[in-house]
Write a protein that binds this ligand. Sequence first.
Ligand code: Q9C
Ligand code: ZN
Length: 349
Amino acid sequence: MITLYSEGHHQHHGQAELKDGQLVPCFEKPARADMILAQLREAHLGAIKTPEEVYPEVQSHWQQTLAKVHSQDYIDFLANAWREWSAAGHQHDMLPLAWPPRRTTSIRIPDSLDGRLGYYSFDAGAPINAGTWPAITDTVQVAIAAAELLHRQQSHVFALTRPPGHHAGRDYMGGYCYFNNAAVAAQHLLDRGAQRIALLDVDFHHGNGTQDIFYARDDVLFQSIHGDPRACYPGFTGYADETGEGPGKGFNQNYPLLPGSDWSEWSQALALSIIKINHYAADALVLSLGVDTFEGDPISHFKLKSEDYIKMGQRIAEANIPVVVIMEGGYAVEEIGLNTRNLLIGLMT
Ligand code: Q9C
Ligand code: ZN
């Protein structure tokens, strides 16, 4: 299996995030991708290529695809945010501090940078530093090149994306996410002629951004298995009764599971989602892969074991459609490589 990867992600490294009322070092850090890469090399899982190597045109085309998933004003905000922040004399990370409350008469975009930071985010979990823009634009190209390779070869491809993307909506960041890499990959496959894309999100956290982007669309079937929103972050979406709207009605399914769920509960939800995907007759599957379902994850609450990821990959392979795997979460850094490698091995068998 070919892996798509770019070094640019190293430039994005947040300083701190809030956990239980305290500022702690960011769980989402460059070592996560380094550890995965090391395991892929050790397992001789296949060639590791840059986006430019497999799809040189990506450098001139990625902005067009990105603009179909995210609003241009949001993209422009991210492109200029650090420049504005550092011009104001700051050297530390940008973090938002105010959001519009319920019953705001009309939500206008403020002029101030603090105001726009709040407007374009849903939490304070996506710090911006000097290297954020180069990193997120690099990783969006990784996702597009992986989708392109899938389109050409119709065999499984792994996009080692970082930072993750599934919490990012059309015009907001949050939860370590800026651009929705999985949504961009799905959009590229549609642009290449696919009629129907299944997007299965197995990260511990609900893929609220992906759900939002495709909620009124029937060309992307969204399936998400995650911690019950009554107990788990992000907490306001991911209920089973969120099934889509308008033309998208019936093309969104959530499988919320209680904290403490292990493979026996988790795999039942997977079986239900695969029935949906088979029935949809998708041309390709985009897998939002978070391995924060692991029992040792420091911020999540499922109990999957390293061996379970082999079974997960095998079950997904049984759906018998080409899969592009997009990396999302996973914060047990010592085991993130093994767990990801196991999923990919299962997928290939
Ligand atoms: N005390 C992804 O896995 N922090 N994002 C939760 C709970 C945010 C996770 C803190 C977790 C975001 C892509
Ligand atoms: Zn997650």
